[in-house]
Design a protein around this ligand. Structure first.
Ligand SMILES: [Zn+2]
Ligand SMILES: [Zn+2]
Length: 397
C-alpha cells in the first residue's frame, strides 16, 4: 500500500478541486476505463483505482481525513466497502442510461473489489485458538542447580463446563438468528445502472455469530467462557538460566468454538543467593581463611551447591587467588557434566588478639624486622613495637 498513488493525481484534479469538478472528471474516466468498454487488461485495475480515489474525494469527511493523514488515515478508518459503497453510481451514470454496459461486468468488478463476492463476512463461528499465557516464575539458585517441580497458580479463560461452551442454559441450545438467518451478516442490495450492488455488515442481533441464546447459561452469563484459577505443575530442568522461557504446550487459554488451547510460557527468574554467585556454568564463592592457613597450607571444608567438600589450600596461597573445585558448579543445560566452583581466597585479618597470639605475632614481627622479610619500612614504628616486645618478653620470663 506504500506505493499507492495520490488520489488527486489518480483523478488528475487539483487539491482544491470542488465536488462538481471531481465528479465530472471521475465520470469521464469511468466511461473510459470501464472493462465492458475497454478491452485493455489494465482497465479493470485502473477502473478500481479511479473509483477508490473518487469514493474518498467525493465524501467530505473522507476527503478531509485524506488531506490530513494521507492513505494511512483512510486505510485505518475505512474498509473497501465503506469507500466503494459510498459511491452513488445513480448520480454518476444515471443520466447516461444503462446502454452500453453489461450488468454482469459491473458486478464482477465489485466482486474483485471485495475479494470474493458480496459479503466478506461469514458467521463468526470458526474455531479460534486460545491465547498464549506468560507466567514469571522465581526460584532459588539451589533449585536451578538441581532441577525442581514447580507449581504455579494462574488465572485463565476456560470453556464453561456447565454449558460446554455453547453459552446456552443446559437443556436448551442456541437458536439460529432470525435477523440474519444464521449467516452472521446482513446484506443490503442497491440497484445501480450496472446491476445490483450488495453491501454486507455483521449482524448486530447476534454479533456475527449467526446464533442467539434465548436462555443464557448461569455460570458464564451466556459467553460460554469463564475465568478460573488453575494450578499447573511444571518440571524445571537442572541448569536453567534466568530469562529463559519454558513452553508448556496447551496450558494457555482455552480455544473458542472447539479451537485448540494456547500455550503457557514460563519465564524463569533465579533469585540471587546470599552465598553463591552464578557465572553461567560456574559458581563463584569467596572463602575467608587465616593468614597462617594461607602461609602454611591447610585442608578446609567448603560449602557447594552439591554439599560440603574438602579442599586443600596450598602453602603460600595469596589473597585474591582462585582455587577451582572441578564439577561442583551448575549442571550444563544442553550437555553433560557440570561447571566448576571457583573459590576466591580472602585472607582475614584478626581484629582482636589473645595475649598469647599477640605475643607470638609480635615475636614474628620482630624476626621479620630483623630479616627484612616483607620489605619492612623500618623507622620509628618498629622501634616502638620493639619496646612492646621487650615488655611482653619480661612478663613471661
Ligand atoms: Zn456456560
Ligand atoms: Zn444474526
Amino acid at each position: 500500500m506504500a506505493d499507492k498513488k495520490d488520489y488527486y493525481e489518480v483523478l488528475g484534479v487539483s487539491k482544491d478541486a470542488d465536488e462538481k469538478q471531481i465528479k465530472k472528471t471521475y465520470r469521464k474516466l469511468a466511461m473510459q476505463y470501464h472493462p465492458d468498454r475497454n478491452p485493455s487488461p489494465d482497465a479493470e485495475d485502473k477502473f478500481k483505482e479511479i473509483s477508490e480515489a473518487y469514493g474518498v474525494l467525493s465524501d467530505p469527511e473522507k476527503r478531509k481525513r485524506y488531506d490530513q493523514f494521507g492513505h494511512a488515515g483512510i486505510d485505518a478508518q475505512y474498509s473497501a466497502e465503506d469507500i466503494f459503497g459510498g459511491i452513488h453510481f445513480e448520480d454518476i451514470f444515471g443520466d447516461m442510461g444503462v446502454g452500453g454496459f453489461g450488468r454482469g461486468g459491473f458486478e464482477s468488478i465489485f466482486e474483485t473489489f471485495f475479494g470474493g463476492g458480496a459479503g466478506g463476512y461469514g458467521p463468526r463461528t470458526v474455531p479460534q485458538r486460545g491465547s498464549d499465557l506468560r507466567y514469571d516464575l522465581h526460584i532459588p539458585l539451589a533449585d536451578a542447580a538441581h532441577g525442581t517441580e514447580a507449581k504455579m497458580r494462574l488465572m485463565r479463560t476456560e470453556t464453561c463446563d456447565t454449558c460446554g461452551g455453547s453459552g446456552a442454559k443446559p437443556g436448551t441450545s442456541p437458536k439460529t438468528c432470525a435477523n440474519c438467518k444464521g449467516t452472521g451478516q446482513v446484506s443490503q442490495a442497491r440497484r445501480t445502472p450496472f446491476g445490483q450492488f450488495i453491501t454486507s455488515t455483521p449482524c448486530r442481533q447476534c454479533h456475527g455469530t449467526g446464533k442467539v441464546i434465548e436462555s443464557p447459561c448461569g455460570s458464564c452469563n451466556g459467553t460460554g467462557r469463564v475465568r478460573r484459577a488453575k494450578t499447573i505443575s511444571v518440571s524445571i530442568p537442572a541448569g536453567i538460566e534466568s530469562g529463559s522461557r519454558l513452553r508448556v504446550v496447551g496450558e494457555g487459554e482455552h480455544g473458542v468454538q472447539g479451537g485448540p488451547p494456547g500455550d503457557l510460557y514460563v519465564v524463569m527468574h533465579i533469585d540471587p543467593d546470599p552465598v553463591f554467585e552464578r557465572d553461567r556454568d560456574n559458581i563463584l564463592y569467596e572463602l575467608p581463611i587465616r593468614f597462617t592457613q594461607a602461609t602454611l597450607g591447610d585442608e578446609v571444608v567448603v560449602p557447594t551447591l552439591h554439599g560440603d567438600v574438602k579442599m586443600k589450600v596450598p602453602p603460600g596461597t595469596q589473597s585474591g587467588s582462585t582455587l577451582r573445585l572441578r564439577g561442583k558448579g551448575m549442571p550444563k543445560l544442553h550437555g553433560h557434566g557440570k561447571g566448576d566452583q571457583l573459590v576466591k581466597i580472602k585472607i582475614a585479618v584478626p581484629k582482636h588478639l589473645s595475649a598469647i597470639e599477640r605475643e607470638l605475632l609480635t615475636k614474628l614481627q620482630e624476626i621479620e624486622d630483623k630479616t627484612g622479610y616483607g620489605g619492612s619500612a623500618g623507622g620509628t614504628g618498629n622501634k616502638k613495637r620493639k619496646g612492646i616486645f621487650e615488655k611482653v618478653k619480661d612478663a613471661f620470663e
